[in-house]
Design a protein around this ligand. Structure first.
Ligand code: ATP
Ligand code: MG
Length: 310
């Protein structure tokens, strides 16, 4: 989307952070939802914008009807985001999905935003990359923090997010294709910073969903991250372990890890399942406790790094 001439910049909101990398399935949406949820729970007015074609519904907006929807056409499935960009109007989020937390959910309609941008690009040039920043600007003063979830493998959507945020935080897994996936975000970071959003800063990168005791491997991954993103890239300490069962269950229930952990004391047990009084789905696994704790450590560290970078 961006090439030669520069666009007139729009200063992104203070406290705005994009979670992004060029590889799918590394934990972007999980981390973005938890950053937003933890920020709101700490009393900050927070907006989560999911520029993703897939709606993982980590917050239970669609499945459990959380939040107050704007009047008029639907805002779910990426429709709200699409309409704001298409009609060039301010974003209208779903309000109070949790106390202090408003959300613009992603979904299939987000994929069509790329088409609008491509068409407008011919007439309007590189300024189209600021389309989201323009729709965000009128409501940004309502929030202390804005978190963006981003789509992998789509340069136009990734650039749209990077043009709207002040900091970027990059999750990765340890495998080679996740490491290589960071090259895409690195390229988009540089092009957006030089041509549309000079305020954009790299807050850092982190390894997500990994065996916490594999320290030698972690050292090798840190080297790989710096090779791809640059030697000076800050790398976070916290590593959230790979804990598939609680992560999967929490998402299915539309609960953040800490919210799911709160259900543990009253959870059914495997004895209840054997006795036919409950199903597997009713059992909250004990591993939600370390997962929730690690995620809280990670989100605190991310906010810390973002604060320093901005
Ligand atoms: N700590 C964890 N351990 C194991 N699995 C996890 C963990 N956290 C999240 N997951 C699961 O990993 C999968 C990918 O996570 P997520 O959707 O957050 O990644 P993503 O980068 O947003 O993916 P996409 O690129 O498809 O948008 C999901 O099924 C999620 O429930
Ligand atoms: Mg995602």
């Amino acid at each position: 989307m961006l090439n030669q001439s520069a666009a007139q910049p729009i200063e992104p909101p203070e406290g705005s952070t994009a979670v992004g990398t060029g590889k799918g399935g590394v934990g972007k949406s999980t981390v973005a939802a938890h950053l937003a949820g933890e920020s709101a729970a700490a009393g900050h007015r927070t907006l989560l914008i999911c520029v993703t074609g897939q709606d993982d519904d980590d917050l239970g907006i669609k499945r459990y009807g959380h939040g107050v929807h704007p009047q008029g056409p639907s805002a779910i499935d990426g429709e709200g985001l699409y309409r704001a960009i298409h009609d060039r109007v301010p974003l209208q989020p779903i309000r109070e999905v949790r106390p202090n937390l408003d959300v613009l959910p992603g979904g299939p309609r987000v994929a069509d935003i790329s088409n609008i941008l491509m068409l407008r690009m011919m007439q309007e040039g590189p300024a189209v990359v600021l389309s989201l920043a323009q729709s965000l600007a009128p409501i940004a003063p309502l929030y202390d923090r804005v978190i963006f979830d981003s789509a992998p493998e789509s340069d136009p959507l990734e650039q749209l997010v990077l043009a709207s945020a002040r900091t970027l935080i990059v999750p990765t897994r340890s495998d080679e294709s996740s490491i290589n996936g960071m090259e895409r975000i690195s390229k988009n970071f540089k092009v957006v910073k030089s041509q549309a959003n000079p305020y954009l800063q790299m807050a850092g990168a982190f390894l997500y969903g990994s065996n916490r005791s594999a320290t030698l491997m972690h050292a090798a991954v840190r080297k790989d991250i710096r090779r791809v993103l640059g030697e000076g890239t800050p790398i976070l300490q916290t590593i959230v372990g790979y804990r598939e069962v609680p992560a999967r269950n929490a998402r299915k229930k539309g609960l953040l890890f800490s919210e799911y952990a709160d259900l543990l004391p009253t959870s059914a047990t495997s004895y209840d399942v054997k006795a036919g009084r409950a199903t597997e789905a009713d059992v909250v696994p004990e591993t939600i406790i370390p997962l929730s704790k690690e995620m809280r450590e990670l989100t605190n560290e991310i906010f810390d790094y973002c604060g320093r970078a901005a």
